[in-house]
Design a protein around this ligand. Structure first.
Ligand SMILES: [Zn+2]
Length: 184
């Protein structure tokens, strides 16, 4: 059997998010083919030209900060919710950003204003597959809550998953009054 491509490996890191969310999205809030097209657009930095996807919710399951920052700018500018998740090593993080819809809500850049060193990337430090499963499930749950209006989405909060301690907790995220994305 041939060695798994890097792209296939990335897809396998998110084993649960797509089927769990897709079940709740008969109206095709997102389409996997469209997401792949978005990726191409991101690589070509075509968001600014209006190459925006359809749907009201953006789900960021990417593994690089360039894409995260671009998706955040798109979500803010277009007034979409952004369900954001990240997993690295034994930990995962999930939040919902709604700065384009709620004035006092922070955006992703309020939390991560600058690109961290490349050494912190998932490709370098690795990630436990079960953590991506937990993170993807939590993201899917947030998307379902946004669609159905149930519960309290993680707007202005971040869910922190600590696999080694078997703990999950939430922390507050503050809006940055100097944020170049959502406070200008
Ligand atoms: Zn911001």
């Amino acid at each position: 059997m041939s060695r798994m491509s890097e792209e296939q490996s990335r897809v396998l890191r998110w084993p649960l998010a797509v089927p769990l969310v897709s079940r709740w999205l008969p109206a095709a809030t997102f389409d996997l083919r469209e997401l792949m097209a978005i990726r191409v657009d991101i690589q070509n930095e075509r968001f600014a030209e209006g190459a925006a996807p359809a749907g009201n919710i953006l789900i960021d399951a990417t593994d690089n900060f360039e894409t995260r920052f671009l998706l955040n700018r798109l979500a803010h500018a277009s007034g979409r919710h952004l369900v954001s998740g990240a997993a690295s090593g034994w930990t995962g993080q999930v939040s919902v950003f709604a700065s384009g819809r709620i004035a006092e809500a922070p955006c992703y850049a309020c939390w991560v204003p600058e690109m961290p060193p490349a050494a912190e990337g998932c490709d370098e430090v690795g990630v436990v597959g079960a953590i991506t499963g937990m993170t993807g499930s939590a993201m899917a749950l947030e998307a379902v809550k946004l669609i159905t209006g149930a519960g309290d989405p993680l707007i202005g909060r971040i869910l922190l998953i600590d696999g080694l301690r078997a703990e999950m907790r939430t922390a507050r995220l503050r809006k940055d009054s100097q944020c170049p994305v959502c406070s200008i």
